[in-house]
Design a protein around this ligand. Structure first.
Ligand code: 10G
Ligand code: SF4
Length: 338
């Protein structure tokens, strides 16, 4: 898997073949891997190299079918719950984060844990802990059942109310309307979240906001990039898996922002030829858990249909990287590896 592969650039994509019928691809930048996903995937790869297979991973390390299959081929074993991991084994916690109770379960089973939770998710956990200790009611905006929401809620279950969109606002009850804060999942639609916050604020005028954005830089940038070109597109293709919240949001953002059609695909082969009927401009992007090799595959397939002109549409340059989890770095150092 090419977790470190350089981004496709306008130059790299320039082609001498004239575009057929003015057909073109608008390629979003940024797209694909964010810093937290890169760190999580590399964590599993390095753990496999260092400790040898099998390395257990609790939940999908990131929500991408191709990433999970590739790591499985290398010897990772994905499980749903800690109790499925044999006593004394190594387990990696996924980038979406875990509730404190999961760390306790792992301790009881004498597991060696490596926590690949994205530092930007940990930041939200710490906010939840702090507001709970100050005895706030916390309105956590997020999707019910999503692993990140389960993990964050587990930090302070008695203080947190889940708000899964504006329609949940009417029923929420708090102890003291003057002491309420909202926090959120990191991978939500920015626009829908703002609509939810507006509805919450109408109900609780003293509602306070998180100290800094909980919807992370990567989620925001990928949505802004799609907004830039959606209105010019007959079709927007988003590479990403069905259970990837941020990828699904990109399809919604594309449609809300004027794309005539938009589809989520796991693989280049998922493109249905009829989607391309009468299409001249295809917007192309990918979720934060998607390796860029899949996007390159989509460009190849579109090229076979006459879309040989690729224009990169840049919203932001991302340079953020996160260092590997401490516990892994320590073992790598001890083994004389980096
Ligand atoms: O978009 P979601 O949260 O479903 O996850 P993903 O694995 O598809 O993308 C990366 C985002 C995270 C690891 C959640 S912070
Ligand atoms: Fe971290 Fe944002 Fe990527 Fe989630 S989407 S792993 S919060 S950088």
């Amino acid at each position: 898997m090419d977790s470190h592969a350089p981004d496709l650039t306008a130059q790299a994509l320039a082609t001498d073949v004239p575009a057929a019928d003015g057909k073109k691809i608008l390629l979003a930048n940024p797209r694909g891997y964010c810093a937290g996903v890169d760190r999580a995937v590399v964590t599993v790869e390095k753990a496999l190299e260092l400790y040898g297979a099998p390395v257990y991973v609790r939940k999908q390390i990131v929500h991408n079918v191709h990433v999970v299959r590739t790591l499985e081929e290398r010897g990772a074993i994905f499980v749903e719950e800690t109790e499925e991991v044999p006593e004394g084994s190594i387990v990696v916690f996924s980038a979406h984060g875990v509730a404190p109770v999961v760390h306790e379960e792992a301790k009881v089973r004498n597991l060696k844990t490596i926590d690949a939770t994205c530092p930007l998710v940990t930041k939200v956990h710490l906010e939840a802990r702090r507001f709970a200790s100050d005895d706030y009611d916390i309105l956590l905006i997020g999707h019910e059942g999503h692993e990140e929401v389960i993990g964050t809620s587990g930090e302070a279950p008695e203080h947190i109310h889940l708000i899964d969109g504006p329609e949940d606002v009417a029923n929420v009850q708090v102890r003291d309307p003057a002491k309420v804060v909202w926090l959120s999942q990191t991978t939500l639609s920015v626009d829908e979240t703002m609509r939810t916050v507006a509805a919450l604020r109408e109900k609780f005028p003293d509602l306070i906001s998180p100290p800094s954005d909980d919807i992370c830089y990567a989620t925001q940038n990928r949505q802004l990039a799609v907004k830039r070109f959606a209105g010019d597109c007959d079709l927007v293709l988003v590479v990403g898996s069905r259970n990837s919240s941020n990828s699904v949001r990109l399809v919604e953002v594309a449609l809300e922002s004027g794309a005539r059609s938009s589809y989520l695909i796991d693989y280049p082969k998922d493109i249905q030829p009829e989607w391309l009927d009468g299409v001249r401009t295809v917007g192309l992007t990918s979720g934060a858990s998607v390796p860029d090799e899949l996007v390159r595959g989509v460009i190849d397939v579109l090229g076979e249909h006459g879309f040989q002109d690729v224009e990169v549409v840049t919203e932001a340059e991302e340079r953020l990287t996160f260092s590997l989890p401490q516990e892994l770095k320590r073992d790598l150092r001890a083994a004389g590896r980096r």
